[in-house]
Design a protein around this ligand. Structure first.
Ligand code: FES
Length: 195
């Protein structure tokens, strides 16, 4: 069924125009139904693609707290979930899971990173340090000792993230990295700390 040309509609008496418009509307509804069919089919296709990706996995090699390890991971898994759920390293905490609280902070290649915001599969071959890897076999890391000495806790839930972050902060200061208080970003200076 073809549509009614606009010029023809304009020359019709109002009743005929409405009838023709009604046909056109039915045609339009029919067209919309036909157009919707591939969308439904499309969503099924998306669902089956998701089912397939659920089963997918990838193999990576990591150095975690100094130990090499090969793992099969879901490519959608965050580093945080890999550490906690797959490796049982529960010292790294899940707080907001949105990159806002820092409870999940770990060191990747010596730099502090919110592990809830990064995919494990993107760190193939890299060195990951969690709070479990900061302490030495016979003594705590100086940052851990300082937290205890100064009672630097609130509820304690995010303390591992704070300790990892503080550890990396000291390393950044030693390297002379720029920070919020760097006066001149064009020059790299050693940072002199006050008490
Ligand atoms: Fe809060 Fe990652 S869990 S920043």
């Amino acid at each position: 069924m073809g549509g009614t040309p606009l010029a023809e509609l304009a020359s019709m008496p109002p009743d005929e125009t409405l009838a023709s418009f009604d046909l056109t509307r039915r045609e339009a509804l029919s067209t919309i139904s036909l157009a919707a069919a591939p969308l439904v089919l499309g969503s099924e296709t998306v669902a089956s693609a998701a089912d397939t990706s659920t089963k997918s996995s990838t193999e990576i090699a990591l150095h975690i707290n100094g130990k090499p390890i090969r793992l099969t991971v879901d490519p959608r898994s965050t580093l945080l979930d890999l550490l906690r759920e797959q490796l049982g390293l529960t010292g790294t905490r899940k707080g907001c899971d949105h990159g806002q609280c820092g409870a999940c902070t770990v060191l990747i290649q010596g730099r502090r990173v919110n592990s809830c915001l990064t995919l494990a599969a993107t760190h193939d071959g890299e060195e990951i340090t969690t709070v479990e890897g900061l302490a030495h076999p016979d003594r705590l890391d100086p940052i851990q000792t300082a937290f205890i000495d100064h009672d630097a806790f609130q509820c304690g839930y995010c303390t591992p993230g704070q300790i990892c972050s503080a550890s990396a902060l000291i390393a950044e200061l030693r390297r002379g990295d720029a920070s919020f208080v760097t006066a001149d970003l064009t020059q790299k200076h050693p940072v002199v700390l006050s008490d």
